[in-house]
Design a protein around this ligand. Structure first.
Ligand SMILES: O=C(O)CCC(=O)C(=O)O
Ligand SMILES: [Fe+2]
Length: 214
């Protein structure tokens, strides 16, 4: 699939400022959810995020993933790219952000961010259904997942498995959201399709390596 049409949208942004990471510290707001889950929010963490968006559109090896669904194999409704521990990341801002997050959270054992998963939501038709993150064998312990969002805003919804209560967070334009505590077990999250005209968005998710034996 050609992505040149998206990149060309940004030709006029040659003078856009380079991406820069702001402070974390007291700029991070903690939201306690139920059952030991929490979210941290840091709006606008990446300044100059349009430039980062443009670079990622061009330099990330985007793939159309496929998934078994009942008796069919279907494309997942977004493009993806995944970088394992130690893999060179496609833009210098990405390892810098991972280091800054690990410094901020104090590199807790088994929760050090090591992988980067990227999702490209091209239009309002791209989405991700309700889920809790699992990598490899199902995890049964608390873990953090950090999301840096660039490009247009899309709404990340978080739903409690205990109460069904849904909270909605518009994410984009350099925003940071970190899911922590029991979040991946006691809550689900999703990006719903939208009929409103939204621009493209890229989400960068940092995760620790999850192994059954740890
Ligand atoms: O796009 C996002 O910010 C969320 C993506 C997500 O939940 C996932 O890839 O597991
Ligand atoms: Fe997820």
């Amino acid at each position: 699939m050609s992505l040149s049409f998206q990149a060309s949208l940004f030709d006029s942004l040659d003078d856009t400022p380079s991406p820069r990471l702001g402070a974390l510290g007291s700029a991070v707001e903690r939201i306690e959810l139920d059952s030991g889950a929490w979210l941290d929010l840091r709006p606008g963490w990446v300044a100059g995020s349009d430039e980062l968006f443009e670079r990622l559109v061009e330099h990330v090896p985007w793939k159309a993933d496929r998934r078994e669904m009942y008796d069919r194999v279907v494309d997942v409704p977004r493009l993806v790219s995944w970088f394992g521990p130690g893999a060179p990341l496609p833009d210098p801002t990405l390892p810098e952000a991972m280091d800054r997050l690990n410094d901020h959270y104090g590199r807790p054992p088994r929760q050090v961010f090591e992988t980067a998963g990227l999702c490209f939501y091209r239009t309002g038709d791209d989405s991700i259904a309700w889920h809790g993150d699992r990598v490899g064998p199902a995890i049964d312990r608390d873990t953090m997942v950090a999301i840096v969002s660039v490009g247009a805003a899309r709404t990340l919804a978080v739903r409690s498995r205990a109460t069904g209560v849904v909270r909605r967070f518009p994410l984009g334009h350099g925003d940071l959201l970190v899911m922590g505590g029991s979040c991946q077990r006691t809550q689900e999250h999703a990006i719903a399709k939208t009929r409103s005209a939204v621009g493209p968005r890229i989400s960068i998710q940092y995760r620790p390596v999850w192994a059954r034996s740890v």
